[in-house]
Design a protein around this ligand. Sequence first.
Ligand code: ATP
Ligand code: MN
Length: 463
Amino acid sequence: MLVKDILAAGAGEQELVVSGWVRTKRDMKSLVFVEVNDGSCFAGIQCTFDKGRGLGSGTERELARLTSGASVEIRGRLVPSPASGQKVELAAEELTLIGGADAETYPLQKKRHSLEFLREIAHLRARTNTFGSVARVRSRLALAVHRFFEENGFFFIHTPVITANDAEGAGAMFQVTTLDIPELARTGTPPDWNRDFFGKRCYLTVSGQLEAETYACALSRVYTFGPTFRAENSNTTRHLAEFWMIEPEMAFTGLPGLAALAEDFLKYLFRDALEKSADDLDFFDRRVQKGVIENLQNVVKSKFTHITYTDAVNELQKSKAAKEAFEFKPYWGCDLQTEHEKYLTEKIADGPVIVTDYPKEIKAFYMKQNDDDKTVRAMDVLVPRLGEIIGGSQREDDLEKLGVRMKELGMNTADYTWYMDLRRYGGVPHSGFGLGFERLVQYVTGMANIRDVIPYPRSRQRV
Ligand code: ATP
Ligand code: MN
């Protein structure tokens, strides 16, 4: 039985077996308390051995050498607990040590460890409270994502990881090749991409959007949820080289519809986490980031503030911070920096903000151009504490404008006939956004560093 089911069952003197890993052992005179956690929920179960009542000699012997980290099976009866802080405990009768954990070398002793230290032992860190909670919250959020889309008529599309599109515009790409590059370099031969595996240069995807658009223009509402890769050089607490992205795409929908979707989506996910991950969130609130629960509740209750990029820049320039605190002075045409995004959400709006209509020069080729010739129908959703969590846009559905923009940017339109076909045949207004899944997990848990919300983080010089 899983600990979560045992704790939910309630004490009825029933006999059962607990399986898990020892967190702590406390030796009182005749009582030995062993806290066992199996990861199925935040709480462990206390197993109390009463030596006074006589334990088998095998159990006595194993109990004496039991250490933190060991795996065990403990048979006993589930009884009401006299201790505070837990309703039930196991009146333990028989202990089987399955796998020992040498106290001299096992790295996770009882003391608190720094997150930096735990990153060095990523293969063991899931056994700590923090990383167990992150893993459970992450899993539940992923399911909630699928549930939200299922309930709203979206289909899950599996877009490719390997792509030949080199101009998705979202960031530097990792190349995929089977050519022996070191050997070519040694002999001074320039690589012949025609002889590469796919007969052309290929990359790991930075976004499933373009392919998702093709399916949205057939199934109306679709989404992707998969790994994406960016050769980000920046060493920040919000960027990974490999991360998971959720990208809905909706046909017959403009920017207002997309903004409404983003707001509904985030609220749905936060509500779901508050309800289904209450114990884990309670831990984050107490030990990781004070106020994280209230934060989520506030977003759920809030109405997102809408502001155009132009107005946002004006507000930022007017602000006191512009004169004093901003490291980067805002001006029309600049990409909003995290400090600006935080100011907008924390100081100006006191809640989530949707910024729309960005300068076309800082946005991708596929975004729908406004009549002012300067801005595009882009939107970023910013949240307090984190900054950008969602980036999206209405897509350019005017074939001619799209072609002109691509040429301006030096793109080879011949590589994109398939993409232009969506505008050539039965084109429709359509819109979509990308939500970085790790940013979402960061926001919900309050974890400060993105490397701590994915099991095995990949970033520059780290794999
Ligand atoms: P940022 O400005 O924060 O670098 P971006 O503008 O490059 O992000 P988009 O191309 O709009 O991001 O990607 C959509 C979403 O994917 C972002 O809103 C963010 O949630 C997430 N995201 C982007 N880059 C990364 C990354 N390197 N690691 C984790 N998540 C990311
Ligand atoms: Mn963005």
